[in-house]
Write a protein that binds this ligand. Structure first.
Ligand code: AMP
Length: 281
């Protein structure tokens, strides 16, 4: 497995492999790898000849008051895990080479990148779209793998790839969860024991919403109200948003008819977590 820090070297290696007829698969991550990431890596490994994982804590997607400094960095362990999964190349550039002091160019996706998490974290999806666009230019993958846990991110990336004629096929993989349903996240390690226990209410509320819909409830107002009441019972959890939206364009639904994305963001103490499910009637 190659460990590459240099942008030119990464681009050359991927291009060589592409020219020799190999399929290039790519998993962009911010490291602190867990089973959620590994599920994407395994899929990428299985479906491609040359599997690339990037590990880069992207400063452009953190707001000025967010957790960039304390974001977990576990590069040695991440490299070990990638090796175990038979990844071909780990690309871990440093921040200065990706965003030098005179950096000026950004990609933003209107509407999809501005609502929900985009509203709570202004500039977040601009940072995400920009880094993924840069990484796509360097690696030029045939396929790239993203998690459904970050549903809005996956939609933003799909739209960006479509609008900017990027050839990579965007594949979205299911959310991997802990035993109690909590979606795996690098940020879960910030939670203390009490918060960790209470965090299970997020998926429990999504599951309850799914059950209500399956029973025939079609009113988003009622479903979201039930979720809010359930989440409010956990004393350390503060809702950022809960929504029932169209899973493609993120427009809020008046009535639940076909497929529906139920998504939420909440603060558990000082940690902001997100989760979602797609319910099909
Ligand atoms: P991150 O390192 O948080 O930027 O995540 C890198 C990729 O892993 C993104 O596409 C995430 O959506 C995906 N991911 C993170 N957590 C999970 C999870 N629990 N299940 C599936 N995919 C995940």
């Amino acid at each position: 497995m190659k460990i590459i820090r240099n942008t030119g070297e990464m681009a050359r290696l991927a291009e060589q492999r592409r020219m020799s007829g190999d399929f290039i698969g790519f998993v962009p991550t911010m490291g602190a790898l867990h089973e959620g990431h590994l599920s994407l890596i395994r899929r990428c490994r299985g479906e491609n000849d040359f599997a690339v994982v990037s590990i880069f804590v992207n400063p452009a997607q953190f707001g000025p008051k967010e957790d960039l400094k304390k974001y977990p960095r576990t590069l040695k362990q991440d490299i070990r895990l990638c090796r175990r999964e038979r990844v071909d190349a780990v690309f871990c550039p440093d921040a200065k080479s990706m965003f030098p002091a005179d950096y000026k160019t950004y990609v933003s996706v209107d509407d999809l990148g501005e609502c929900f998490c985009g509203a709570s974290r202004p500039g977040h999806f601009r940072g995400v779209a920009t880094i993924v666009a840069k990484l796509f230019h360097i690696v030029n993958p045939h396929a790239s793998y993203f998690g459904q846990k970050d549903a809005q991110q996956a939609l933003v990336i799909k739209k960006m790839a479509e609008d900017l004629n990027m050839p990579a096929k965007i594949k979205v993989m299911p959310t991997i969860r802990e035993m109690d349903g909590l979606a795996m996240s690098s940020r879960n390690r910030y939670l203390n024991a009490k918060e960790r226990k209470e965090a299970a209410v997020l998926f429990a509320s999504l599951t309850a919403a799914g059950q209500l819909i399956k029973k025939g409830e079609t009113s988003p107002h009622k479903i979201l109200g039930m979720m809010e009441r359930m989440i409010r019972k956990a004393p350390h959890v503060k809702i950022d948003y809960v929504c029932a939206v169209d899973p493609i364009n993120l427009k809020p639904l008046d009535k639940i008819k076909g497929a529906c994305l139920i998504a939420l963001a909440a603060w558990i103490g000082k940690t902001r977590l997100i989760d979602n499910i797609i319910v099909k009637k």
